[in-house]
Design a protein around this ligand. Structure first.
Ligand code: MTE
Ligand code: MO
Length: 245
């Protein structure tokens, strides 16, 4: 594991200690606790900089699969059997223009390629070549309203106890130039295990932020009222919302 990951985690862990695990801070409270730290992280570790980009020869041919099982419900099976022709990515919530994207529409947009490393909080990493649409281009298409503060990613899979996976970024993180809605991994359309047909890829954040099987992006003023209120499936289990590497 990269040293800066360890440093970032210790800083965050030290701060998390200010807010005992299990305390349900609302997101604005959480942000008050973290705002000083975020500034420190950005200053010391440069998390607003770019994640390192690697060479083709660094790519891990067998990118590990992790997380919940690939969806196998009737809806996902139908989409997969139809080669995702009927897939739609909905972007709604606090936006000026709600939009629906087919895969063809996403592929017709400007594409970005990045060879970056994915760092899982469990301590493994993998380098992949990702291609897709910059999240900021999608946000430009829908026009975040002035009350929008967070971008929530809703996924098609569920945990073993049947809770949907979801994640969130703030608008600044979502506009990061390497925040990608990925369509391809290593030169091929994403396979089901890695999040087909569309997943978030955010190389400046820990792996759990990179939501797979995304079919809805919702802009909100606060994530407090979603699920258990911590801004993501793993955050709801006590992981930190701020997962900068
Ligand atoms: N929808 C969804 N996204 C997810 C997960 C998940 O279980 N469900 N697991 C996360 C975690 S912890 C990691 S490390 C990566 C794993 O991505 P991979 O299977 O492509 O390696 O996906 C992340 N995104
Ligand atoms: Mo992970």
């Amino acid at each position: 594991m990269k040293r800066s990951l360890f440093v970032a985690s210790s800083i965050s862990a030290a701060l998390a200690a200010c807010a005992p695990i299990g305390t349900k801070l609302n997101d604005s409270g959480f942000h008050k606790v973290l705002s000083g730290a975020e500034g420190l992280n950005h200053l010391v570790l440069g998390t607003h900089g770019l994640a390192k980009e690697y060479a083709e020869s660094d790519v891990d041919k067998d990118f590990r699969m992790n997380g919940f099982s690939t969806p196998s419900d009737a809806n996902y099976n139908r989409l997969q059997n139809g080669n995702f022709r009927d897939y739609r990515l909905v972007i709604d919530g606090a936006v000026e223009r709600r939009q629906t994207f087919t895969l063809d529409r996403l592929r017709a947009m400007k594409q970005q390629t990045q060879i970056t490393r994915h760092d899982c909080v469990e301590g493994w990493s993998a380098i992949g070549k990702w291609r897709g649409v910059r999240l900021s281009d999608l946000l430009d298409a829908v026009g975040p309203r002035s009350d929008a503060r967070y971008v929530v990613f809703h996924c098609m899979d569920v945990s073993p106890d049947n809770v949907p996976y979801y994640e969130s970024l703030d608008l600044q993180q979502a506009h990061h130039p390497q925040a990608l809605m990925a369509l391809d991994l290593n030169g091929r359309a994403l396979d089901p295990d890695h999040g087909a047909p569309v997943r978030l890829r955010v190389p400046t954040q820990l792996g759990y932020k990179s939501a797979k099987w995304v079919n809805r992006i919702e802009l909100v003023g606060s994530y407090r009222n979603l699920y258990s209120g911590a801004g993501g499936y793993w955050e709801d289990q006590g992981y930190e919302w701020y997962a900068g590497i």
